[in-house]
Design a protein around this ligand. Sequence first.
Ligand code: ADP
Ligand code: MG
Length: 261
Amino acid sequence: TTATTALFQVQGLVKHFGALRATDDVSLAVNAGEIHALIGPNGAGKSTLVNLISGLHAPDAGRITLDGVDLTPLPMHARVRAGLSRCFQITSIFPKVTVLDNLLLAVQSSGGRHPGGSGRGLPRVLHTLLADRARDDALHAQAVSLAERVGLGGRLERLAGTLPHGAQRQLDVALALAAEPKLLLLDEPMAGMGPEDSERMTALIQTLKQDMAILLIEHDMKAVFALADRISVLVYGKVLTSGSVDEIRGNPQVQAVYLGT
Ligand code: ADP
Ligand code: MG
């Protein structure tokens, strides 16, 4: 078969912590419109891989590319600008600020689109005022649309910290979407959720994949099997195997790893 270039690629990634190879020559690819799930027992190196991809850690070897751009030498904020967005834990939410204001901050800091063109021929001061107003309106519309997209349209004025856990995670996803990512990194989005919240989050993630590639790290196998187009199994820092949901489900080695933990 011809080697088509995937939207997102990790090639030969290595990360040592002292003598420990937390990431040991990891390669994986995510195509546009695809959800690639990464599973593996505790200590397998999943979070380390996420930290390497987002730029929190520098790898000892290997390369990370997104849409033809080499992300490896770039700092975190430049990776975000290149189209990589990470869904952080709830720590990125400002708890004492409303849902709407959290989203406005995210939209504004990701450089929301500036509307232009109108007001030509007006005095400069008036022009600037109108442009600022139009920009405010556009940012506001973008924030509201993000809230609606994750199912929080009815809770714009709630203080984020007073939302139930599941809704805070939905807001967390909306904040990550503000950057309009090409690849969304989700590190255990179902963590600490009951079955109802977990199903809501699964449905939400399903709606996102038409617009972006997703790398999903998740322990909830029900969610993984429902969402993944492809699954990679990480064990002791290495990719044990990679395949479709059916291939991974039926793989005795994978079953052994999971029964063994
Ligand atoms: P997972 O997310 O799959 O549970 P981690 O990536 O958190 O696994 O950890 C992989 C291995 O790397 C573990 O043995 C862990 O103890 C080790 N590790 C992770 N982060 C660090 C660090 N900052 N310093 C030293 N060891 C680390
Ligand atoms: Mg982890």
